[in-house]
Every structure is written in structure tokens, then in C-alpha cells.
Design a protein around this ligand. Structure first.
Ligand code: GLN
Length: 482
């Protein structure tokens, strides 16, 4: 038997060919989880028994001469805000305690139909609100590269699961940066696709006009493979774009000669010098590969964070109204219905979720709506217009993913504003609905991973993946040194 395959691509090929058994691949991953999960806390739940049963079914299909699908035997970890039938889905919140969804999210059923094997549900900031997983009701996820530091968030568990090789690939959700920022902090690839390319059916809603599901992986090709597998129209999501799956793997070997890479001259300041140094190295690498660097201005970008912290809480305050102690999860009994609502929500939600609900309710209230929510929508439009002008001269834009590498656990926990600033470079793409991804591109002086963000216009996943792939080739060929 050949050496154990490690990427999703290699695993699926080997399992389909019958040269490796899905159950052996799974056991290797469960073994790593057993060895290290207590130090990392990537998962809220490891579904080992269900995974063994699924892997055995895959092996039986292969033995019977049938093809289990393009993701045959690929272990995958799912952020715990994606519905899994009969398996607890908590959003890392006490308010959903005991709730088991009666259906699978579309991404979950698609992956299973293609032969992937879910290994469990990963930790997140409660209801995906945060940048460090410190807002989880079940405790923080630690960074596999340095366990005194956070893994980022809100999809910290999914990023850490891939960085610790608990699974070759995982899914996260990204409303303002929650896939890209933890990917950057953990040294893995993370992709937020164009709004509407991946179904949100069965994703527990945070801010519905911003939320998107996307993959994490160790290399660019695995993210391309997973995104191809989960994208494509879904009639169950009214915002799903009516087109087939994305075609990404086929463009990865294309070169970037003649491509126009945008440098934002008025980019919001405040990034760590090591992060800016890696961004410059990325421009240099692409220039050396034959691309042209063009300067672009996006004057409205600096208002992105402010607009986001009105729009996202406004939508959240409405989406989270459904947790009333009647329909889902936990109930705290009280003398009458109104008191029951209040007692349930007071006990069930954590501080950050309460803060967002209050912010959002205020921004939407009569007399303040136009001044706050209405104005934020206008800023959102200005940002989209800025991007449209920039993409008239550039194929993709490059920025840091996160202004800083992974920070220490507790360092920002009592300072919401400094936590919000972690997403300064990632939020604008969510407001515009555009795709963006983080690619590992070297390290800080302290040896912490640094990610570069590649952004593209609506449905610009192909140029985005081409550039990401070129950056990865550069890192591989330079041995990670430049
Ligand atoms: N950190 C941002 C927030 O707390 C983004 C979260 C996300 O993308 N889900 O809102």
C-alpha cells in the first residue's frame, strides 16, 4: 500500500481506486484527534461512530465495484452552525442546548452524497459573532501553531481542525471575515465565495445579506475541490444564484502573466509591519510571475467597519428573535410567557450576542432607522461602487487578511472595539457580496502564520484562485523563505 494520502484530493483518488480504505483514512484522523483535541478544542462534538459507519459504507461501495463519488472517504469537519439531522447543532450557544435539527443543511447533504465523511461539529464564537472563538459558550479554541494564542474566529474550530490535521478540509461561514481571518491566523487556506454561490439553506442565520459558507484546507487545490462540490443553485435558498457549480480546479495551473493585480493606495492603516512586509512580498512574487501591479483607490473602504456594525447587528437582532424558549432548545420557566421569554434569553445568550441584539434593535428603532441603518445601507452602496471602479482596472485586489497575526488568549477579550478591528480588511467584500480568500504567505518574526487576502469581483472565483495558486507555488518553490 502507498503512503497515507493527506490532502482531500489524494484521499478521494486513492479511496476511489481502492488503494486505500476510507476507514483507515478516518482512523488516522481520529487518532490525531484523540492525541491533541484536549489541547486544541477544535470540536464541540466528534461524531466518531457515525463517521465509522459512513466510511464503512464507502468501502463497501468500492468493494462492490461502485463509485462512492468525487469526495470518497474525505473526512470533513463542519462548523457547528450548520444543521445536521439528528446531531446537536449548538452555534456554541446555551440557548440551543439539546436541539437536534430535523434536516441537513444543503452543503451537508451534498458533501455526504459525494462520499465525504463528517467527523464532527466545530467550535465557534456564539452565533458566529466574534474573531477569536472566545465568545463560545463552551470555551476557546486554541491555535495549533501556538496554543497560547487564539485560532481566530468565528470559525476558529474549523480552521484549527485543518491546521492540526484533524481533517484535511472543513467548512466555515463568513459574515465579515469569519473564514478568512481564522485561516490566516492558523496558516491554512480559507475561502468566502460570491454571495449566492453556496446555499445557505440550513446555515443558522446571523446576518442573512452577508452570510456565506466556504471551505478551509491546507492547500489551494483542496479548497477549489470543496467549493466546486458545494456550489451551484439550490431552490431551497431564495438568494442562490441560478447557475451550475463553479469550475475552479481546472484553472489552478494557469499562469498569471498579464493579469492586473490591484494595490489599494488608500487602504485603512494599522496593520503590523510584518503583515505589510508579507503583502509586499506577495506583490513582488506576482510581478516576477508576469503580472502587472496597478494602483487603485477605494475611498469608502474606511467606512466599511462602521457600516457593518450597524447592518450585521440589525439583521442579527431580527434573526435571533426566534430563540424564545418555545421553538428551539432551552427554556427557563417563569410565571407568565413574557417573563419566560426574558428569563430564557437572559440565561441563554452570552454578552456579545446581547450586545449585538441591543445595537441592532436600537439601529432599527423608529426615529433612528434613517440615521443609522438607512445610512449604513448608503455606505454599503458607495463601497460597492468603489469596488466596481477598482475592478475596471484590476482583475483582483490584494490586501492583508488580518491586520495582525494570532494574538494571545484574553488579550482582546474585554475590548470589543479592538476585536472588531480584526476584520477591517475582510468586511468590505461581504458588504459588496464579492469573493475573497486567504492564502498562507509566510510568517511573522515570531514564527506566526501570515495570510494574504485575494479579492475579486462578483463570480470572479477563477481569477482569484489563479492568483492564490500562483502565490502558493511561489511559497512552495522558495521553501517558504521569501
Ligand atoms: N468578526 C466579525 C463579527 O464578529 C465577523 C464574524 C463573521 O464573519 N461571522 O461580526
Amino acid at each position: 500500500m502507498s503512503a497515507t494520502p493527506s490532502t482531500a484530493f489524494e484521499i478521494a483518488a486513492a479511496v476511489r481506486a481502492g488503494s486505500v480504505r476510507a476507514i483507515d483514512v478516518l482512523e488516522a484522523h481520529l487518532g490525531r484527534i484523540a492525541a491533541r483535541e484536549t489541547d486544541i478544542h477544535a470540536f464541540n462534538l466528534v461524531t466518531a461512530d457515525e463517521a465509522r459507519a459512513a466510511a464503512t459504507r464507502i468501502d463497501d461501495l468500492v468493494a462492490a465495484g461502485r463509485d462512492p463519488g468525487p469526495l470518497a472517504g474525505v473526512p470533513i469537519a463542519l462548523k457547528d452552525n450548520m444543521c445536521t439531522r439528528g446531531v446537536p447543532t449548538t452555534c456554541s450557544s446555551r440557548i440551543l442546548e439539546g436541539w437536534k435539527p430535523p434536516y441537513d443543511a444543503t452543503v451537508v447533504s451534498r458533501l455526504a452524497a459525494m462520499g465525504a465523511v463528517s467527523v464532527g461539529k466545530t467550535n465557534l464564537d456564539e452565533f458566529a459573532m466574534g474573531s477569536s472563538t472566545e465568545n463560545s459558550a463552551f470555551g476557546v479554541t486554541l491555535n495549533p501553531r501556538d496554543t497560547s494564542r487564539v485560532a481566530g474566529g468565528s470559525s476558529g474550530g474549523s480552521a484549527a481542525a485543518v491546521a492540526a490535521a484533524f481533517a484535511p478540509v472543513s467548512l466555515g461561514s463568513d459574515t465579515g471575515g469569519s473564514i478568512r481571518q481564522p485561516a490566516a491566523l492558523c496558516g491554512v487556506v480559507g475561502v468566502k465565495p460570491t454571495y449566492g454561490t453556496v446555499s445557505r439553506y440550513g446555515l443558522v442565520a446571523f446576518a442573512s445579506s452577508l452570510d456565506q459558507i466556504g471551505p478551509f484546507s491546507a492547500d489551494v487545490r483542496d479548497s477549489a475541490l470543496i467549493l466546486e462540490s458545494i456550489s451551484g443553485h439550490d431552490p431551497l435558498d431564495s438568494t442562490s444564484i441560478p447557475q451550475g457549480p463553479l469550475d475552479l480546479v481546472s484553472v489552478l495551473d494557469h499562469d498569471v502573466k498579464g493579469m492586473r493585480i490591484g494595490r489599494i493606495t488608500d487602504m485603512p492603516e494599522g496593520a503590523d509591519p510584518d503583515v505589510l512586509g508579507r503583502l509586499e512580498a506577495a506583490f513582488d512574487a506576482l510581478r516576477a510571475a508576469g503580472a502587472t501591479i496597478v494602483d487603485v483607490e477605494l475611498p469608502s473602504l474606511k467606512y466599511g467597519l462602521t457600516a457593518y456594525y450597524l447592518i450585521a447587528p440589525a439583521e442579527a437582532s431580527s434573526n435571533l428573535a426566534r430563540y424564545d424558549g418555545v421553538r428551539y432548545g432551552r427554556r427557563v420557566d417563569a410565571v407568565d410567557t413574557n417573563s419566560m421569554y426574558m428569563a430564557t434569553r437572559a440565561a441563554g445568550f452570552g454578552d456579545e450576542v446581547k450586545r449585538r441584539i441591543m445595537l441592532g434593535t436600537y439601529a432599527l428603532s423608529a426615529g433612528y432607522y434613517d440615521a443609522y441603518y438607512g445610512k449604513a445601507l448608503k455606505v454599503r452602496r458607495l463601497i460597492s461602487d468603489d469596488f466596481a471602479r477598482a475592478y475596471a482596472t484590476a482583475d483582483v485586489l490584494l490586501t492583508p487578511t488580518s491586520p495582525i497575526p494570532a494574538f494571545k488568549v484574553g488579550e482582546k477579550a474585554d475590548d470589543p472595539l479592538s476585536m472588531y478591528l480584526c476584520d477591517i480588511y475582510t468586511i468590505p467584500t461581504n458588504l459588496a457580496g464579492h469573493p475573497a480568500m486567504s492564502v498562507p504567505f509566510g510568517e511573522s518574526r515570531d514564527g506566526l502564520p501570515i495570510g494574504v487576502q485575494v479579492m475579486a469581483s462578483t463570480l470572479g472565483e477563477q481569477p482569484m484562485f489563479k492568483v492564490a495558486s500562483a502565490l502558493e507555488r511561489h511559497m512552495n518553490s522558495s521553501g517558504g523563505r521569501s
